[in-house]
Write a protein of this length. Structure first.
Length: 218
C-alpha cells in the first residue's frame, strides 16, 4: 500500500537475513529485478530523497539489528516499444547534459539536483520533467542552479507531469536536426544507447529499502 498524506513512512524492524547490499541505484534495480525484496543501498540518488546528503553514514546494519524499512516503488521502463522491461528504482534520463529532453524520477533527485520536489519513492507515481525546447547554455545554467534548491518551477521551458504511466516520444526539430529523431537514454545512471520512445510504468510497493538508524540521525 503506497504512502498516504500525513501518514508515517516505513517501520523500524530487525534487519532481515535476506537483505541484499547494493552500491548504487542501478545495482539495487538489478537486485530487485532478480527478486530481492529487501535491499540496503550504500549510495545513490534515492537516498537523497530521505533528506540526508551524507550517504557514507548509511553503514550496513548487521542481521537482526534495528533498521528502518521503507516500502518503495519501481519504474518499469520500455524502450522503443520493445517488449523487454528494464527495472529502475530512481531515474530515467533522456537527452544529454547540454541537450536535456525528459527526466523521470522516483524520489525527486538527480545527483544534487532536486528536479521533482513533489516526488516520493512510495506514492505510486512517477514525476517527469519535460524540456519543451533546448535551452541556451546560459538558460540551462540558471535552471540547474535553481534545481539545487528545488525552486525551478514554474518555468516557460519546463513542464512537470505526474502519473502512474508516462511516455516520451521524439519530436521533429524545426531546424532540421536529425539527431532530434532519437536521443540518448540512461536508466539509474546506466546508458542504453539512443531511443525514439520511452514508456515508464510505476509498480507500487515492489521492494523495501533498508536504512541504518545512524544514517537517519544525520
Amino acid at each position: 500500500m503506497t504512502i498516504e498524506k500525513g501518514a508515517p513512512w516505513g517501520v523500524v524492524a530487525p534487519t532481515p537475513h535476506d537483505v541484499v547490499t547494493a552500491d548504487s541505484d542501478e545495482a539495487a534495480a538489478r537486485a530487485v529485478a532478480r527478486g530481492a525484496k529487501f535491499v540496503f543501498l550504500g549510495t545513490g540518488d534515492l537516498l537523497r530523497a530521505l533528506g540526508s546528503h551524507d550517504t557514507a553514514k548509511n553503514s550496513t546494519p548487521r542481521i537482526g539489528e534495528p533498521c528502518l524499512q521503507l516500502p518503495c516503488d519501481i519504474l518499469e521502463v520500455s524502450l522503443n516499444h520493445d517488449s523487454e522491461v528494464i527495472t529502475a528504482v530512481s531515474s530515467v534520463v533522456v537527452g544529454t547534459r547540454l541537450r536535456p529532453r525528459w527526466w523521470v524520477s522516483a524520489g525527486g533527485f538527480l545527483g544534487a539536483l532536486n528536479i521533482a520536489p513533489r516526488a516520493h519513492p512510495n506514492d505510486g507515481l512517477a514525476d517527469a520533467l519535460e524540456f519543451s525546447s533546448t535551452p541556451s547554455f546560459r538558460q540551462l545554467l540558471a535552471i540547474r542552479r535553481r534545481m539545487r534548491l528545488g525552486d525551478h518551477l514554474p518555468h516557460p521551458l519546463l513542464a512537470m507531469h505526474r502519473a502512474q504511466q508516462l511516455q516520451w516520444h521524439n519530436t521533429a526539430d524545426p531546424r532540421g536536426d536529425t539527431n532530434r529523431h532519437s536521443a540518448p537514454v540512461s536508466i539509474d545512471g546506466k546508458s542504453y544507447g539512443r531511443v525514439r520512445s520511452v514508456r515508464v510504468t510505476v509498480l507500487p510497493d515492489a521492494w523495501t529499502l533498508c536504512v541504518s538508524q545512524r544514517f537517519l540521525a544525520t
